[in-house]
Structure formats: C-alpha cells, structure tokens
Design a protein around this ligand. Structure first.
Ligand code: ZN
Length: 315
C-alpha cells in the first residue's frame, strides 16, 4: 500500500513537473553550454533540444512534440525575447514534430527541401495516425499540429541574428537522408543532431518507420567535420549528455565506433554468421561498453549487416 502511495505521489510529481503532457515526460535538464546557449538535455537518452538567446530573439534547434513544451517553458523562464526561428537537424519525429509548441511567437521554421518532403510524406502520415490514436503514448499529438518549414534550403544557409552567425550546413545522407548541423563560431559550439550521440548506441535514422542511416556516408561526414578543424569547444549531440569542452574528441569517438563495428560485423559475415548470430556475437571494445540502449545496437547491426553485403567492406 505504501509503495502504491509512493508511486502515485511520484507520478503526480512527474506530471506537475512536466506540465500538461500525458503520459508524463521526464524532466529535461537545462544546461548553459556557452553563454546564452542552452541545451535541454533528455535524462534518459531521448532527443535533446537547444535554444540560443540573442537581443533580437531566440533560435530553437530541434523540437519533439513530447517535450518541446518544456523547451518553451525554459525559454520563458530565461528571456522575454520571442522565438524567431526553429530549425531541425533532421526530419525524425523526436527532432522535428514539436515546432507547434512555439506557435504563439510565430517563428519561421527552417528545414532542407528533403526534410520538408519527409515531413509532408511519411512523417505527416504518422503524425496524423498518432493524433487520431487512443493510445496514451501518443496523447501529446492530440492537440498538436505538425508544423512544416516555411523556409527551405539546400546546401547551406547562414543567418545573422543578434550579432551571431548561425551557419546551417546540410551535411548529406548519413544518419538521415538530410542531416543538418549548426555552427555558431562566436560561441565555439557546433550542434550535430544525431550525427553524434554520446554514451548511447546510435539510432538507425528512423523517420516514421523509414530507416535512412547510411553508415559508409556517416563515417565520411564525421571525417569531413573533423577535417574542418573548427575552433569548437563543444559538439552538442542529438542524444546523450553534452560533454562540455571535450571538443572534436566526441566526433572522433563516434567515427571510431562505426569503424570498429564495420570490422567486427564484416569479420562475422566472412565467418558465415547470420544477422541474429552477429547480433549475439558482436563485441565492441571497453570504450563503448557503458553506452545505453543495447537494443539500438541490435537494430543497427541488422541494418549494417545488409549494407555491408550491398556495398562491400569499404575501406
Ligand atoms: Zn534522434
């Protein structure tokens, strides 16, 4: 009885702390990762969101319909400036469904043409299904609307806002079919979306059950970012904790992860192993042993096994 009471009290506290969202969402941690740059870090490894406060307004990077209400509340606590722009790292539900929460400020929503197409197509369909569903897991969708970008670009886009240079770069076809990064030179931060996940196995680039991740290009894109040698203190991951001041070592670790995985999976394929055998037998070095969500590794191995057969064991 006591434990039932405690769990109900805990649940009530979670609901109170997370606002009106049902089912209750974990409390995002608000971290100032550079002056006036705030990352809302998800405690359980779901998607992070970041906002940048300037004298001319706020720029929001990534918004999940389940948690963007917390991002808005944090913005309102932090500044009286309005949200001017929302941009997405990629068109996955956990990064690109939450712009609706900022509607009062009427921000421009920025995405690439490919992201826009995905949002109009499979993401819109999944959003509509979830909106109509009685499943409590999708209750956040009921009142919401999927906001589609009103500014679309290809390649790169530079915005000047409140004295900052916000440099959006379409890095290509890697985690998703159109991964965008955000570099803010004056803040020495670089936001990666899901090109970088920290302390968690990477996802397979899901957009409404379409799986995009192209591991070969992902490794190449990470190599491109490293090769720029940018003066960056902190690379902000799409999932996992922000490692303040760790710099490019985070990107190098992510790249190493895929190279180790390629070597492991290719050896097991050569030894005649099936996908399920590879999922059982793959051994990643101690460096990655603490990563969360082993289920994501299993899914990734399934995707990667077939990509290696299709593309060969690229160098
Ligand atoms: Zn994600």
């Amino acid at each position: 009885m006591r434990s039932l009471f405690l769990s109900l009290a805990g649940l009530a506290a979670m609901i109170a702390s997370a606002g009106a969202q049902w089912p209750p969402q974990p409390q995002l941690e608000q971290r100032e990762i550079a002056q006036n740059v705030w990352t809302m870090q998800h405690p359980l490894g779901s998607s992070n969101s970041t906002f940048i406060v300037t004298d001319e307004g706020v720029f929001v990077w990534d918004a999940d319909v389940r948690t963007a209400d917390q991002v808005l509340a944090a913005i309102r606590r932090t500044t009286d400036k309005k949200v001017r722009y929302v941009a997405f790292s990629h068109a996955a539900g956990d990064h690109a469904t939450g712009a609706w929460h900022f509607r009062e400020d009427q921000p421009h929503i920025i995405g690439t043409r490919k992201q826009m197409r995905d949002l109009y197509m499979q993401e819109a369909e999944q959003f509509a299904e979830r909106k109509a569903s009685d499943d409590v897991r999708f209750a956040s969708f009921r009142a919401a609307r999927l906001a589609i970008p009103d500014i679309a670009f290809e390649g790169s886009l530079t915005l000047r806002l409140g004295g900052l240079t916000l440099q959006l770069t379409e890095e290509g076809d890697a985690h998703s079919n159109s991964d965008v990064t955000l570099y803010i030179p004056q803040k020495r931060v670089f936001l990666t979306g899901d090109l970088l996940n920290t302390e968690i196995h990477p996802g397979q680039g899901e957009s409404a059950n379409v799986f995009f991740s192209n591991t070969k290009n992902w490794v190449a894109v990470l190599g491109n970012i490293i090769a720029r040698g940018l003066p960056v203190d902190t690379y902000v991951p799409g999932h996992g904790p922000v490692h303040l001041g760790r710099g490019v070592a985070d990107i190098e670790e992510q790249r190493r992860y895929f190279l180790v995985m390629r070597d492991q999976v290719s050896k097991l394929i050569t030894a005649g192993k099936s996908v399920s055998e590879v999922q059982e037998e793959i051994k990643l070095p101690a460096e990655f042993a603490h990563y969360r969500s082993p289920g994501r590794l299993k899914n990734y191995v399934n995707l990667f096994y077939h990509q290696l057969l299709e593309q060969g064991y690229w160098p």
